[in-house]
Design a protein around this ligand. Structure first.
Ligand SMILES: [Ca+2]
Length: 152
């Protein structure tokens, strides 16, 4: 934009300041573009610790923004600090990625922690999502076995 006079520059400055003031509160409280959408913390059936059962528990993230977002270096942790770190993963608008506890072959939509033990407690736990700088972006908690999953 060209500025033709100090008057219009002043108006522009006022407009910009106003816009910043108007957006600052919502920006500070803005939801993360990528959020935890569901945690299946109790794998269906008896917890036999088989790989199939281990993969019966998982956490799913969804890009709820309008933009494509890279989550490379983002982490999902439980209350005991079991951590899964994402490699090069990019999520388009509405796209989801599911992280299974057990072993498997990673695909675009499915990632595997490769563990031999469960991560998510059936009775109570918290799944926390942090970005590559360690900033908390989202969390989901549960405090009883309930349905075995929680959505958000
Ligand atoms: Ca179970």
């Amino acid at each position: 934009m060209r500025i033709r006079s100090t008057a219009s520059a002043a108006l522009l400055a006022t407009a910009v300041t106003g816009a910043l003031l108007a957006t600052a509160p919502s920006a500070s409280a803005a939801a993360s573009p990528v959020q935890i959408s569901k945690v299946q913390y109790d794998s269906p059936g008896t917890d036999t610790r088989s790989n199939k059962s281990l993969n019966g528990e998982w956490v799913r993230l969804q890009n709820r923004s309008k933009s494509t977002v890279s989550i490379k270096g983002w982490k999902v942790t439980d209350a005991s600090r079991h951590t899964y770190t994402f490699g090069s993963v990019t999520l388009k608008r509405n796209q989801s990625v599911t992280v299974y506890t057990g072993k498997g072959t990673n695909t675009t939509a499915s990632k595997y922690q490769g563990r031999g033990a469960y991560v998510w407690n059936n009775d109570r736990d918290t799944a926390t999502l942090t970005d590559s700088k360690g900033k908390k972006k989202d969390s989901v908690s549960w405090s009883r076995p309930g349905k075995g999953y929680v959505t958000s």
